[in-house]
Design a protein around this ligand. Structure first.
Ligand code: ATP
Length: 281
């Protein structure tokens, strides 16, 4: 679906922003592109969606170059940008109906249905976008990205500006898209979105991919293999950390009652820091 080999890009001659990215995304997967501010996520998405040209290396989507700009290609992708780019003097419905007019009639989804699915506040449907909160604008942007039944959906920070219940709703909708067979390229520095949604994630830092695998395997590779045992002894609550291989050996210690045994699993963010030496924010 997406095939990228040795992708290099510079905004200015003297400074390279992307230093040879290589990855591929297969049909039907949610692929996470995870990195801190300024690491090159949006630049990569802009190249993949044909907004930025002038790159070096191979970039193919559906087997064709994105910046060749064929209409068929535009009909097959949906994009949620980091910034909403909506007409602020128009309403949600007018914005969506205008964007829908770029697609053939049989590709268009109903604007009203999309906004209902995204739990958009009904009293604002005909008010101008300039009166909307960030979360409401994000809902309209998501509706626009889904407008043409895209086979490939690019989402740049989809849950940014949403409250927790809005973020849960968006994750549900993204999963529903995957269930229908849509391929999703999810750009984010939100570790929870990446961990909950993605089949595979690429860690990007300083314009380079530092690791690429399933969230589970990434966490297992760097797992610290420590179990924490909480127990009581002589009416006191105590805890003990133990390396996992020792759990299989007889390991006596004075106690009255074991309360819990938990492995200390690293989070995806812990793993990101181990690979890149930096946090996600
Ligand atoms: N139009 C531009 N002109 C010059 N430099 C740019 C431009 N856009 C981005 N950059 C630089 O390119 C680098 C990568 O930026 P990019 O926006 O791709 O990062 P990002 O990972 O998406 O960050 P964020 O999470 O903040 O959106 C940064 O150093 C940024 O300052």
């Amino acid at each position: 679906m997406i095939d990228v080999k040795d992708l290099r890009f510079s905004y200015k001659k003297a400074r390279e922003t992307l230093h040879g990215l290589t990855f591929s995304v297969t049909g039907g997967e949610i692929f996470g592109f995870l990195g801190p501010n300024g690491s090159g996520k949006s630049t990569t998405q802009k190249i993949l969606t044909g907004i930025l040209g002038g790159y070096h290396g191979k970039v193919l989507l559906f087997g064709q170059k994105p910046n060749e700009g064929q209409k068929d290609f535009r009909n097959e992708i949906g994009v949620l940008f980091e910034f909403p780019y909506l007409y602020t003097n128009l309403s949600a419905l007018d914005n969506l109906n205008y964007f829908a007019s770029f697609f053939p009639a049989d590709k268009r989804r109903d604007a009203m249905e999309l906004l209902e699915m995204l739990e958009f506040k009904k009293d604002f449907l005909k008010k101008p976008v300039s009166s909307y909160s960030k979360g409401m604008r994000q809902r309209v942007s998501m509706a626009r990205a889904l407008m043409n039944h895209p086979r490939l959906l690019f989402l740049d920070e989809p849950t940014s500006g949403l409250d927790p219940s809005g973020a849960v709703l968006f994750r549900k909708i993204i999963e529903e898209e995957r269930r229908k067979g849509t391929t999703v390229f999810l750009t984010t520095h939100n570790m929870m979105d990446a961990d909950l949604l993605c089949d595979r994630v690429a860690f990007i830092a300083d314009g380079e991919i530092k690791a690429l695998d399933t969230p589970k395997r990434l966490k297992e590779q760097k797992s610290c293999n420590i179990a924490e045992i909480v127990y009581t002894y002589e009416n006191k609550r105590c805890s003990l950390s133990l390396e996992l291989p020792r759990l299989t050996q007889a390991f006596p210690f004075p106690h009255d009652k074991i309360i819990s045994i938990h492995t200390k699993e690293p989070t995806l963010e812990d793993i990101f820091i181990q690979y890149t030496g930096k946090g996600l924010i």
